[in-house]
Design a protein around this ligand. Structure first.
Ligand code: CDP
Length: 247
């Protein structure tokens, strides 16, 4: 997020370098139940981002000292593959992946009915196969579909998307160039049934008015992501009912 480039990110007609208007998200594809050995899983593409999520549980919580006698805990591991970015990413956990794992688990804990499973753990694994900005949102979007696919009781599923600012314009769902050279990035996740915000971060600078505009743009788009998540789960369910499965 340097805020400086000679590249024109938004042209005089308000068009972005990938042909989108300010309020358009990148194409989104979601498939539920893509892995045989996990309790639940999902694959998500948002533009050039490619993300897999797998869920195990509820199962006995390890390490045991993390067990909560009143409810289950949600543990998340966000991992970016070495080949997911153009400069090879050094494999393993780093500060960024610890942060993203934490905020993802906290967002999901808002919807999972954890009180039904004292002492248990619900484990969420997010693998970023290809990254192009917005991976934490794509990961969270995939994780909540995977949780639903695992049959984990939830009061809703969580869609996520970012809004931000580049070339002085408030834009939805920044791509890599807009993220790199833009002025702000604001990832958001909501509980659609109540419009509660369960994830909100901000990188860069915006005015109060721009921030309000970014939030309302992202909240609206979250409802679109939500519809695509529900469609993926309905497709998965109808395939199972028809006796077929992709397993
Ligand atoms: O992916 P997200 O926007 O949630 O997080 P970010 O930390 O703002 O990263 C933005 C983008 O930078 C990622 O999506 C990747 O495309 C890229 N990135 C990278 O190339 N190498 C890294 N080690 C981390 C991020």
């Amino acid at each position: 997020m340097s805020g400086h480039t000679d590249m024109v990110l938004v042209d005089d007609n308000g068009m972005r370098i990938d042909g989108r208007t300010a309020t358009e998200h990148r194409p989104i594809k979601i498939e539920a139940g893509v892995l045989k050995n996990a309790d639940g899983s999902a694959y998500v593409e948002i533009g050039k981002n490619k993300v897999l999520a797998a869920v195990y549980g509820p199962r006995e919580c390890h390490p045991r000292h993390l067990q909560n006698p009143t409810k289950a805990i949600v543990q998340c591991k966000y991992n970016m593959q070495a080949f997911s970015v153009s400069d090879r990413k050094r494999p393993g956990t780093d500060r960024r992946s610890i942060e993203i794992s934490k905020i993802t688990a906290e967002a999901l804990e808002n919807v999972v009915l954890t009180e039904l499973y004292p002492r248990a753990s619900i484990d969420v694994y997010i693998e970023i196969l290809q990254a192009n900005a917005g991976t934490r949102c794509a990961g969270l979007t995939a994780a909540s579909v995977a949780l639903a696919d695992a049959g984990i009781p939830m009061r809703d599923i969580v869609p996520a998307i970012a809004a931000g600012k580049a070339d002085g314009h408030v834009l939805l769902d920044l791509n890599k160039e807009e993220d790199n050279y833009g002025q702000a990035d604001v990832p958001i996740a909501i509980v659609p049934s109540t419009d509660e915000i369960v994830l909100l971060q901000m990188d860069g600078n915006m005015t109060r008015e721009e921030f309000d505009k970014a939030i309302s743009m992202a909240v609206n788009a979250c409802h679109e992501v939500y519809d695509i998540q529900k469609d993926a789960l309905k497709r998965r369910y109808s395939v199972q009912k028809g006796g077929e499965s992709n397993e």
